[in-house]
Design a binder for this molecule. Structure first.
Ligand code: ADP
Ligand code: ADP
Length: 213
């Protein structure tokens, strides 16, 4: 089992890159999507997660690591994963290493999507999502064929409750404080591949593909 980790601030384009790599043999795992699915199903885990997510705070490490543990434990030995939004704290990164070790898996590389704050704010403010299939659009940079309608599902797109100016600011603070330290963590393991993510979706996609070889 191998894993590629997509690291970067909220709005850098992790989900978009992961979608663009569909069909390349990776299983895309987004902890944000997994948590939103729990919210939709109104499970106890979902209810606990929602309170944190709506305020731009992280869901507790124990909850997120538990989700990843059950996913990896039921995976095939040869499976290739693309992690988007996990790990996000040092504790998660350490638990992830332990877990992979116990399953004879390894991280192949960490792709760091670098993007300045002003670009991020514009991306997150214009982000629209399909509530059914999870496809991510942008009003300007990646619009659907018909205004505000999902290309696949034909339903109206939604704006995530955490994509408002105040919560975006909070999420950027939390990123700087709790996720940015992972850059040195993975640098020390020689796993980091930085990519300039402030370019177009197509350019970022080919830069990532080049890294993946
Ligand atoms: P973004 O696209 O803005 O990076 P995500 O969809 O990845 O957002 O995550 C949305 C929210 O879900 C986060 O702000 C956080 O509250 C929660 N979340 C997702 N992944 C994790 C994680 N690995 N650890 C803790 N909380 C998480
Ligand atoms: P993340 O998963 O890192 O939070 P997303 O993939 O959801 O980021 O992207 C955030 C928003 O920015 C979405 O509306 C997406 O369509 C848009 N976006 C992503 N990558 C780019 C890019 N390279 N150029 C312009 N807009 C982008």
């Amino acid at each position: 089992m191998t894993a590629i980790v997509l690291l970067g601030p909220p709005g850098a384009g992790k989900g978009t890159v992961a979608e663009a790599l569909a069909g390349k043999g990776y299983t895309h795992v987004s902890t944000g999507d997994l948590l939103r699915e729990q919210i939709r199903l109104e499970t106890p885990l979902g209810l606990e997660a929602k309170a944190n997510m709506d305020q731009g705070k992280f869901v507790p490490d124990k909850v997120v690591v538990g989700m990843i543990r059950s996913l990896l434990e039921s995976a095939d030995r040869g499976q290739k994963f693309l992690f988007d939004g996990f790990p996000r704290t040092l504790v998660q990164a350490e638990k992830f290493d332990e877990l992979l070790l116990s399953l004879e898996g390894a991280i192949d590389g960490v792709i760091l999507l670098e993007c300045p704050a002003e670009v991020i704010v514009e991306r997150l403010s214009g982000r629209r999502t399909c509530g059914k299939c999870g496809t991510v659009y942008h009003v300007k940079y990646n619009p659907p064929a018909m205004h505000n309608i999902c290309d696949t599902e034909g339903c109206e797109l939604i704006q995530r409750p955490d994509d408002n100016e105040e919560t975006i600011k909070k999420r950027l603070e939390v990123y700087a404080e709790r996720t940015a330290p992972l850059i040195s963590y993975y640098k020390a393991k020689n796993l980091i591949h930085p990519i300039n993510a402030s370019r177009s979706i197509a350019e970022v996609r080919s830069a990532v593909l080049e890294q993946l070889g």
